[in-house]
Ligand binder design. Structure first.
Ligand SMILES: O=C[C@H](O)COP(=O)(O)O
Length: 320
């Protein structure tokens, strides 16, 4: 993770149940705002190309499949370090611009091959705590975090226990998040809320707040395995919680939409959302990541179109 000199890592603050119980979300206002973002004309031509280059540096390039192999992860890491074809890099005059994704994101067993290829040049995020369902024992979950940190992960993407949200047991959610943060030590922790399983935007907002109060460095929408993953209304709810948490505590929390973000157009919508709701400071990798397995393929295609006027087949840009 980029170290920013004046950046103060989130510290846990006491759980304020009075605050949590008073959270209310105006769903139709959130839907209207989300629709206005989704229907907005995106930036064009060279501005679009510049934004897409920016987006590359914000991707947590992900592979989370049951058939992942060390070979696939090694290729993913090579792609993360050289995310654009060299002819496109040259055509855009980016030879002297450092280009890489924000991190790679893998299962615990794939940390080792990632460490071997990346050699500390890019952060490695490991999904943890019984990802994706989070229904292993607390002891197992904490140990899993410790093992992933020991193996070389510098970022840990934990999944919360959804039942704590669905039953309104905010103390239990706070306690588990606090334990995960402690187990991470220096590694930064992203709290995956699995928003597609939380039923209401109010639950999403409350879970965001509780995780931030318990020391999460990032809040993240989804595992990519829920039936509904990142959406704009959910993102709006979460980034507004981040904004208010910052106003109240001074701590800046990162945001990571993940799951189903596969097109350059969608990435541009998320960049616009972050810029408009949180400002330019949140367009940096220590405060914004997009968790995605195939987004880079589409960004590369769009940049090829920008350079040549033509699209090539997606498989020419295929990830491992
Ligand atoms: O955290 C990242 C997600 O699991 C990736 O989901 P995706 O394969 O839909 O891009």
């Amino acid at each position: 993770m980029t170290i920013i000199s004046d950046f103060k890592r989130n510290e846990a603050v006491p759980l304020d149940l009075g605050w949590i119980n008073h959270i209310h979300i105006n769903k139709s206002a959130a839907d209207r705002r989300a629709a206005s973002l989704a229907n907005r004309r995106t930036v064009k031509k060279e501005y679009q190309a510049a934004w897409l280059i920016k987006a590359i540096g914000l991707i947590d390039l992900t592979t989370l499949s049951g058939d992942d192999t060390p070979g696939r992860v090694e290729r993913l890491c090579m792609k993360a370090m050289r995310p654009l074809r060299s002819d496109l890099v040259e055509a855009m005059g980016l030879q002297d611009t450092p280009l890489a994704t924000g991190a790679v994101c893998v299962y615990h067993e794939m940390i080792k091959p990632a460490v071997q290829v990346l050699q500390g040049r890019l952060p490695i995020a490991a999904v943890s705590t019984g990802f994706p369902a989070g229904l292993t024992s607390m002891e197992t979950k904490v140990r899993e975090i410790e093992l992933s940190v020991a193996a070389g992960a510098t970022e840990i993407d934990i999944v919360i226990t959804r039942q704590h949200v669905l039953t309104g047991n905010w103390q239990a959610l706070y306690d588990e998040m606090l334990a995960y943060r402690k187990a991470c030590g220096e590694a930064h922790v992203k709290a995956i809320l699995a928003t597609g399983e939380l039923v209401t935007l109010e639950n999403v907002a409350k879970a965001s707040w509780v995780c931030m109060m318990a020391g999460a460095d990032f809040i993240k929408t989804s595992t990519g395995k829920e039936p509904v993953n990142a959406t704009i209304p959910v993102s709006l709810t979460m980034v507004r919680a981040i904004r208010e948490y910052h106003e109240q505590t001074g701590f800046k929390i990162g945001y990571k939409p993940a799951g189903g973000v596969s097109t350059a157009k969608a990435a541009l919508q998320y960049l616009t959302l972050m810029k408009e709701e949180l400002g330019n400071e949140w367009l940096q990798p220590h405060l914004f990541r997009i968790g995605a397995s195939s987004l880079l393929t589409d960004i590369e295609r769009q940049l090829e179109h920008y350079v040549t006027g033509n699209y090539s087949a997606a498989h020419r840009h295929a990830l491992p």
